[in-house]
Design a protein around this ligand. Structure first.
Ligand SMILES: Nc1nc2c(ncn2[C@@H]2O[C@H](COP(=O)(O)OP(=O)(O)OP(=O)(O)O)[C@@H](O)[C@H]2O)c(=O)[nH]1
Ligand SMILES: [Mg+2]
Length: 339
């Protein structure tokens, strides 16, 4: 038996390699995702073929019905190949057959997911049209608002570090998350590491006054306490204070795999007209991220940044159209973001 391992970014490319190198009788032994350097992922397929010569013994693949969808047309030969492999395992017994069947199931799942992504990409391209999906942050004062635990504080640390250390700007951080145990400490550690001053604001109504005292700073980042969407009085209080220090850019911060109804609820909670940007975090954890394109279109609210990990300051990028579409299509990790 000739056992070989193949790798490529896409499952169909690996399968093409398998077919080209080992021929139509190749059997998939295992498939897995492997990391490619720091930035990407690849599919690794181990395939085997009997080394004996002679005609293939398995039943010939049966031609499927003609399909209209161009993606399904491309997928059809692979689907047929999987069917043929499945037939082959039905005549086998024991553990070997069980393992092989599990692998075939995994392979089918991967192919279907890839197929859906391909279609999603076409849909999202059409949906996005010529609309402005992204817009860089421009204002001197930037505030992040949104649900608890999405990564607001971490993102504030990343953005402050980029502005202070890379762009050499005079940066100040304000936290209004001073009442929660640990809320201020978390940011103080980052601020000390970056070497920028941190101004805690214990009473949110004091925020405009504190900002007014910071006229010597070129960039001011405001971290707010995470809210539950039912805590509307708190949300309004924060919003009210932020609106008094216009021009402030308010970025609604959300996890990249948020469901549409969650995003709608949050945008409505703050009021679309009070928001300037969407900022998506946890891109690295998202499997389905179509909302990073759909939401900016739905609300005409461009995306500023994408955060894709816990590391400060490197795991954040300024969003751009191509990256957003690529990521929304694949919904996968760093590959779409950092490339
Ligand atoms: N995987 C991943 N984790 C992240 C990302 N951003 C933040 N985190 C992690 O998410 C957790 C919560 O992050 P915080 O920055 O404290 O979130 P927050 O929105 O400030 O939370 P609250 O202040 O409690 O509302 C921490 O463990 C972070 O390290 C990201 O882009 N990807
Ligand atoms: Mg926080």
């Amino acid at each position: 038996m000739n056992l070989r391992t193949f790798r490529a970014a896409k499952m169909r490319d690996v399968l093409q390699q398998v077919k080209a190198e080992l021929g139509p009788d190749a059997v998939i032994v295992s498939t897995r995702e492997v990391s490619r350097g720091l930035l990407g992922r690849e599919i690794e397929v181990t395939a085997a073929v009997e080394t004996r010569s002679g005609p293939a013994s398995g039943p010939a693949p049966v031609a499927g019905p003609v399909r209209e969808d161009p993606f399904e047309q491309r997928l059809a030969p692979l689907t047929r190949e999987i069917e043929a492999l499945k037939l082959k395992t039905s005549s086998m017994g024991g553990d070997e057959a069980r393992v092989l069947r599990a692998e075939i199931r995994a392979l089918r799942e991967l192919l279907t997911t890839d197929g859906k992504s391909g279609r999603a990409r076409e849909d999202l391209d059409a949906l996005a049209g010529r609309r402005e999906l992204t817009r860089p942050s421009r204002e001197r004062v930037v505030a992040l608002v949104g649900p608890t635990g999405v990564g607001k504080t971490t993102t504030i640390a990343k953005l402050s570090a980029r502005a202070a250390l890379i762009r050499s700007l005079k940066v100040a951080i304000i936290t209004t998350d001073a009442y929660r145990v640990g809320g201020e400490d978390q940011l103080r550690i980052f601020a000390d590491l970056i070497g920028v001053p941190l101004f805690p604001v214990r009473d949110i109504r004091e925020l405009p006054r504190v900002v007014a005292t910071l006229s010597g700073f070129e960039r001011i980042f405001i971290d707010t306490a995470g809210r539950s969407p039912t805590a509307t009085p708190d949300i309004y209080e924060t919003l009210d204070a932020l609106l008094k220090i216009r021009p402030t850019e308010i970025h609604l911060t959300l996890a990249a795999d948020s469901r549409p109804e969650t995003i709608d609820r949050w945008v409505n909670c703050y009021g679309r007209d009070h928001l300037d940007r969407l900022l998506f975090t946890k891109v690295d954890e998202a499997r389905d991220a179509a909302e990073v394109v759909r939401a900016p279109v739905r609300f005409d609210l461009p995306v500023s940044y994408l955060s894709f990990g816990q590391c400060v300051p490197e795991d954040v990028v300024e969003a751009n159209r191509e990256v957003l579409l690529r990521f929304a299509q694949r919904g996968l990790q760093r590959e779409g973001v950092a490339a």
